[in-house]
Design a protein around this ligand. Sequence first.
Ligand SMILES: [Zn+2]
Length: 487
Amino acid sequence: MVDYIVDIGLEVHVELATRTKMFCGCPVVDPTHCEPNIAVCPVCTGMPGVLPVVNKKAVEFGIKAALALNCKIAEQSIFARKNYFYPDLPKGYQISQYEYPLAKNGYLKIVTSQGERDIRIRRAHLEEDTGKLTHFSEEGNSYSLVDLNRSGIPLLEIVTEPDIHSIEEALAYSHALHTLLRYLEVTTGDMEKGAMRFEANVSLRPANSNTMGKRVEIKNLNSFRAMERAIAYQITQQRKLLEKGRTVTQETLGWDDVHSVTVAQRSKEEAHDYRYFPEPDLPPLIVEKDWLKKITTSIPELPYAKKQRYKKEYGLQNDDIDRLISEKPVAEYFETCLQEAAHISPKVVANWITGELFSWMNQSGEHIQDLRVHPKDLVELLRNVERKTINQNTAKDVLLEMLHSGKNSANIIQQKDLQQISDGTFIERLIQNVLAENPQEVDYYLNGKETVANWFFGQVMKAAKGKANPKVVKEELARQLELLKSG
Ligand SMILES: [Zn+2]
């Protein structure tokens, strides 16, 4: 049986998080909270005789993303008309960039079970989004409605070389890109609202061949899950064809998530079908050196660099790091905690965040920015544990109450009288009482059933209402049991 190499290239459309559209002043509105066709004007509805004006913020966001992807930014790029007819495109063309894109030749580092690799970025260019069609079918009649609120929203299209060779790599790339762009705050990254959409080119070639196979393009992949399933489906289909000695047809397909199949959309257009030509209503886009410099310095520490630093500076494990850096606000929360309390171990802080706070956020649906417990409050709580004012378990209860009520830890500890008891004489007496009240269990213990010691420990903690310092109790209990044995 022939072995095949899979070649995948990804095109990612990213909605840039500007306030207004790419070429007009219409606001960018949330598609889930807005009536159709209200954020529109003559420019973005394609009325004749209107003139587009480039949104500077969109260009800035595009440059920022391209720089973070290690691309070379073109000093001069050209907007072009991509001509085609579709009901969601009233102008009959889309303003995009073709021959001279904003940025070229970058790469993004990915990490998979196979280790680290660079996926090359071929180009990143600016364009405008189309409107949105919704298809209905009622009592045998089918019809479609068009909403132009989305028409003209700025997009950055990021295109890779066909460097991706497995589904794992495709997912690693898309997740890394999603995280990176959210760190840069150039997009909301909200996939459910279509802020990031994927298209995948998939082809197979025999392992001994250097010539790429015929590729199939899959459009409309609006979630990581859909992308994963669609690529897996195509790999299986193409392998079956090739194994039967047949050829793959080069075409564009859509992904039907409900039936889990790719479906024919239209035969693949070649670039010349679009009759690209420079947009006559827009001058060349010039990126001046000073502006480029300013944007470069505005780029924050990015996830890959952060990961290396957390490993080196804080000695954290990969899994912990991945959880801390997956969202920039979480990483910021963690770093603020460390600034507040340089002496508390980063590992301890990381555990409280990825343990208690994450489980609270999962249950409540709150984001870390919404928590009533700020970094300084968490640190204050951890100081109480460190000073042994309260023990670990009490601290977890206090934290829960802090998250519920927004009260600070000192208040809760005082109000509920939760201070940990470390007083040796008090604990000594407590243990004496427990042993005196349970002569039968003492007998069991003296006759060799040593596990009873755990039961005694539980009884003492119960008598102390959970507030006794467990370490002191353990030591004192061992001492008294030892005395009984030798006595
Ligand atoms: Zn408009």
